[in-house]
Each structure stands twice: as structure tokens, then as C-alpha cells.
Write a protein that binds this ligand. Structure first.
Ligand SMILES: CC(C)(COP(=O)(O)OP(=O)(O)OC[C@H]1O[C@@H](n2cnc3c(N)ncnc32)[C@H](O)[C@@H]1OP(=O)(O)O)[C@@H](O)C(=O)NCCC(=O)NCCS
Length: 187
């Protein structure tokens, strides 16, 4: 007999903040996501995926994201849009684990950096996560050189816990495992 499946809190499919709206991706978002951020090696410098060179594999990835939303589990990614528009300017994702943890990741198109958008969106979902009775830890990590991302996590109320040594490969920078800083907000 298989173990009973735990019911994990399901993140809202859409949400809004003062300046942003967030929604699940659609299959036809491929070209817009490609142009907004996914084809830019400056954006992917510290990410676990390299910049896309063609739209088709990105569309396949968006299809996987849509399937995750349909199942309500795995890595659930929103596209972030400026409020009142439908065009993606970036992405934010969460993985909720059965042990009460919510792991976040995010990226924005370069021309939208420096306006506090990432912190605004992350704050909203961190607050959502820690309001769920089954979630006790909202966390994220970034490359030790990714100072902007560290500030985003701090502004979302997370505190720095330490360094995960040799934690992640950033393919844009090379094949080496790199050190990452880990941040969390717990209750
Ligand atoms: C990291 C990222 C999401 C930040 O988005 P953002 O909307 O510009 O972030 P915010 O405006 O909310 O905050 C950025 C903070 O970092 C600071 N910052 C930005 N670039 C910086 C740099 N090169 N060095 C030091 N601080 C920097 C800003 O001054 C700001 O802090 P402040 O509010 O105290 O002034 C964005 O740069 C990005 O998409 N980068 C590429 C993808 C990525 O690395 N994602 C994170 C993976 S863990």
C-alpha cells in the first residue's frame, strides 16, 4: 500500500501587487518571454539555466510549467507583468515541499531592474507562504556574487543563513559548481 499523499498548500494561480500582476504562463508566451528576458545572458549570468537561443525549446519549457500548474505540484512559475498589461517582464516561481518549505526563484528582463519589482513580487509570495498553516520556511538562494538578488531577499524579509558551498552550476559562467548564499524567513 502506498503512503497517503500529503495535501500541499496550492499557491494562487494569479495575484496582484501595487504595480504588478502575476499569472501562469501560456503556450503562446514563448516569443514574448524570449524577448523580455530568456534570451539574455546578462539575465541568466547567475541562473541555473543558460540563455535560450531559440524560442522552440522555451515553448517546450512553458508547456512543462503549464502541466505543473495543472497538477498543482512541482515548480510553479508565474509570469510577472506590469499591472494592466499582459506582457511578461519576468518570472517568479515557487516549489512547495511536503516538509513545510517553500523555495523561491525569480528573474526580470534587464530593462526592468532597479525599480523594486522583484522585491515587491517576492514579498507578496513569501507572505502568502508563511500564512499557510503547513508552511514554516520561505527560502531562496543565490550566487555569492549576485548582490542584487541578496538585496531582494532581504527586502522580502528573509535573513541570511550562510553559504552553500559548491551548490549550483551557472552554465552562463562555466561548468564549475559555485558557492551560493542561502536566505530564509521562518515562523
Ligand atoms: C536579481 C533581480 C531579480 C533583482 O531585481 P530588481 O527588481 O532589480 O530588484 P530590486 O529593485 O527589488 O532590488 C535590487 C536591489 O539590489 C541593488 N542592486 C542592484 N544591482 C546591484 C549591484 N550590481 N550591486 C549591488 N546592489 C545592487 C539595488 O540597489 C536594490 O537595492 P536597494 O533597494 O537597497 O537600492 C534582477 O537583477 C534580475 O533579474 N537578475 C537576473 C536574474 C537573477 O539573477 N535572479 C536571481 C536568481 S537567485
Amino acid at each position: 500500500m502506498s503512503a497517503p499523499r500529503l495535501l500541499l498548500p496550492r499557491p494562487p494561480a494569479t495575484f496582484g501587487t501595487a504595480r504588478l500582476s502575476a499569472r501562469p504562463p501560456r503556450e503562446d508566451d514563448g516569443p514574448a518571454v524570449f524577448a523580455a528576458y530568456a534570451n539574455d545572458p546578462e539575465v541568466t549570468r547567475y541562473l541555473v539555466w543558460p540563455a535560450y537561443e531559440r524560442v522552440e525549446p522555451l515553448t517546450a519549457f512553458l508547456r512543462d510549467c503549464i502541466a505543473a500548474w495543472e497538477k498543482g505540484e512541482g515548480h510553479l512559475a508565474w509570469l510577472l507583468c506590469l499591472k494592466g498589461t499582459d506582457a511578461p517582464i519576468g518570472t517568479l516561481g515557487v516549489t512547495v515541499s511536503p516538509r513545510g518549505r517553500a523555495l523561491f526563484g525569480y528573474a526580470l528582463g534587464r530593462k526592468y531592474w532597479g525599480h523594486g519589482f522583484a522585491a515587491e513580487a517576492l514579498t507578496h509570495v513569501v507572505d502568502w507562504a508563511l500564512a499557510q498553516p503547513a508552511i514554516f520556511r520561505a527560502w531562496a538562494f543565490c550566487d555569492v556574487e549576485n548582490t542584487a538578488s541578496m538585496r531582494v531577499m532581504e527586502k522580502a524579509g528573509m535573513t541570511r543563513e550562510g553559504i552553500l558551498r559548491r551548490w549550483q552550476v551557472c552554465p552562463t559562467l562555466g561548468p564549475e559548481l559555485r558557492d551560493c548564499c542561502v536566505y530564509a524567513k521562518v515562523r
